[in-house]
Design a protein around this ligand. Sequence first.
Ligand code: ADP
Ligand code: MG
Length: 385
Amino acid sequence: MPLNLLGDFFQSTFHGDPAIVAIAPGRINLIGEHTDYNDGFVFPVAIDRYVVAAVRPTQGPTRLVSLLAGEGQTFQTAEVALGTVEGWAKYPAGMAWVLTQATGKALTNLEGVVVSNLPMGSGVSSSAAIEMAFGVAWNELSALGLGNKELALLAQKCENTFVGVNCGIMDQMASAMGRPDAAMFLDTRTLNIAYPPIPGDWSIVMCDTRRPRSLSDSAYNERRAQCEEAARMFGVAALRDANVEDLETYAGQMSETSWRRARHVITENARCIEFRDALRAGDRSRVFEVMKASHVSLRDDYEVSCHELDAMAEVCWSAPGCLGARMTGAGFGGACVALISANLEREFCVQVEERYRKSVGSEGRLLVCKAVQGAHVLAGDSQRG
Ligand code: ADP
Ligand code: MG
């Protein structure tokens, strides 16, 4: 991450130095897709691709400039209300709104710049990263005393209520709570996290199809509604509480589509546990099969894949060194995740890029990622405001 660029950018925009630099990683999900809004398990990794905010308190209104997205709408942190901020500044403004509500404290206004090396809208959660970067920044500068788990819950509220995206808790928890060299086995009901280590000779590769994610809100909300219908039919609070016997019992008593949606969620939760055990045992062939089964279930039962994601998964499965691959994120575009043997990184990447180009007729993009620590303040004096 070019942090000197950040200092220069701040200097040329605001003529001085930032008080603090806040950094928040994106995430890639190894397994457990569309399970978080069903109270289920997920298995993300916070990755070494970040949103970074360099900020200082100011007497004037909050004014933020993003290298990628330009100048954001200015706002007074004390006066933010629903529907008053548009564009990308919605994310920091929404954080100011939830933080004020949660703590009752007056937040300082900020001058700040935002840089990132996290692709936007590719399914690696730049939205959660920008939320968490401003969460930890205000937490520090306005001495709010919140922990990262609380900040993650507030960031989800920001995204649900202020931004208007009905996401689960996975993205914010991953960006907040990641640890170096470990994946996160997160129970989205209890928010308990186990940190199974990623073997040192494995690499994580984000295989971006470069097809922009086009999961319309309607398709996502439709899936959520189908899951809720299935949970009602099974008589459980959430699909997390159902099992394959329920599926057999209720086959034919509900719409075939909702039944298949439920089958995805129920089997995906089971796959998360299987994946955890396989990772612990270093059982490569089981990791491969479980990740492949997840992709097939998302493709056939949940119907959130697309031609490009299927093509990417196929070329990964047959590439040298592949230990497992599947679509990751909400679907309808975005990226696949692959686990590979670290010593075959080059061969894997060359072959996947070439075969994907041949199969789809356009370029993909592969990024080798490392597991890193969650959102935190990097450096600087903490001027209290
Ligand atoms: P994803 O979280 O999968 O990357 P989203 O659509 O949820 O995709 O979030 C992307 C949005 O987050 C962008 O449209 C933008 O508003 C905001 N965002 C992310 N990174 C930045 C950045 N570096 N500068 C400004 N806004 C950003
Ligand atoms: Mg997002």
